[in-house]
Design a protein around this ligand. Sequence first.
Ligand SMILES: NC(=O)c1ccc[n+]([C@@H]2O[C@H](COP(=O)([O-])OP(=O)(O)OC[C@H]3O[C@@H](n4cnc5c(N)ncnc54)[C@H](O)[C@@H]3O)[C@@H](O)[C@H]2O)c1
Ligand SMILES: O=C/C=C/C=C(\O)C(=O)O
Length: 497
Amino acid sequence: MNESARPATKTVDLTRVPNFIGGAFVEGGGTTFENRFPATDEVVSVVTEASSDDVDRAVSAARKALKGPWGRMSIPERVALLRKLADGINARFDEFLKAEIRDTGKPVSLASHIDIPRGAANFNVFADQILTVSTETFEMPTPDGAGALNYALRLPRGVIGVICPWNLPLLLMTWKVAPALACGNTVVVKPSEETPSTATLLGEVMNEVGIPEGVYNVVHGFGPGSTGEFLTRHPDVDAITFTGETVTGEAIMGAAAKGVRPVSLELGGKNPAIVFDTADLDKTIEGLGRSCFANTGQVCLGTERVYVQRGIFDRVAEALAEKARAYAFGDPFSKATSMGPTISRVHQKKVLSYYEKARAEGATVLAGGGAPEVDGFEKGYWVQPTVWTGLPESSAVITDEIFGPCAHLTPFDSEEEGVALANDSPYGLATSIWTQDLSQAHRVAKQIEVGITWVNCWFLRDLRTPFGGSKSSGVGREGGVHSLEFYTELRNVCVKL
Ligand SMILES: NC(=O)c1ccc[n+]([C@@H]2O[C@H](COP(=O)([O-])OP(=O)(O)OC[C@H]3O[C@@H](n4cnc5c(N)ncnc54)[C@H](O)[C@@H]3O)[C@@H](O)[C@H]2O)c1
Ligand SMILES: O=C/C=C/C=C(\O)C(=O)O
């Protein structure tokens, strides 16, 4: 037991979700708002919104922690605590799992294999990374012949504002918090208003393992005119890392400009898949089935545009439609359920509005196109996995990020045409290329204007690799040493010998 560990606080009451500031759970000074279970529309908790003063207290607690034991810890001491955090989440796996499912409605089969394991693993990934990172030195000659030595110091940036989305709440939050802490920073986290629970529960684990108070803080609320904006405009926040919609990223980049704070932005996408006629059809359909429909299509790396070489178009279209029809809706806590609802009534209506738009524009609906009736869960925010073809590339269904379980298929003839279609988007986050001609794979991968390209696979993640978007899909890269580049600042020291 870490001697600095404080006794575990009583299990936090997630039916009235508090903020977590300076190591203590506190009611927010703002309003309260409801948190609903997306499968039934039932209110599962009330969340206390942080006020501007609460955000200020959280930033002050984070600043103070930098000057306390945390700021004096060695890298091995921080690493030991990061590993305890991973262990602490795993020790309470079922609590995190239940909280994540209640907030998101995602099936237990998904949350238990992706969200919670990765939410814990991220701490070990960056514990490893920080132990092996090096800096640089240069010897230089000087006129007097004695020379000089230059060496770089890698220092924490300070207080990091962390703003998270609702689609992979724990995973995407610790994807930022883990490297931030590994580098010796402190954080103020603003979870999505849709998914407050797991970030709050992590506060308890922070106390259990002995993370000093103020290192990790959680403030709940919304964006504009609320907690998110209070945080990004707070003058004592040294850097901001954000994952969410592109339009939000633009607002946050603007807020960060005052005080010249660095930002890391992981933003929206409208990801293409390019299927060549040499593709292995079984592997391609398995991969596209996941990339189009996983997490009810609420994955930033997911596919919403599928370009298929004409010779195999009909086979791919029918096989993908069959995949869409095979999903089982139902109780997210049941292992038999393979697709959950969307996150909210608002998002469900957004997705269904595109389904209507496609129908109105004369799309051929190969599968889905509406909302399913789910026995016992009639009030849930359900949408059908949907496959279309026949729309012009100018359709909003093909240009806008829908963030639902839907994809439009377009045939193409030449490789050049396939590449041009895939690149015809202001977004540039991810793509997948399906071909057994690996020369073609390498040639095409170099031309697609995205941050991440998968060949004959999807969402295969080596966490040491650079992760991020090009064009309107982001600024910067996180993952491996790239996260350390964002969460530290390099200082060069030149010593005259
Ligand atoms: N690139 C990636 O790695 C990645 C990963 C997951 C999700 N996303 C994107 O996130 C979006 C879905 O998530 P979302 O709906 O939660 O995104 P969102 O932009 O609506 O909200 C994200 C977070 O930002 C906060 N926020 C909103 N406006 C703000 C403002 N003006 N100032 C400060 N904070 C503000 C929200 O409260 C929330 O916590 C999709 O576009 C998806 O593509 C991207
Ligand atoms: O919805 C977006 C998913 C992002 C996934 C990661 O950031 C990751 O796998 O580290």
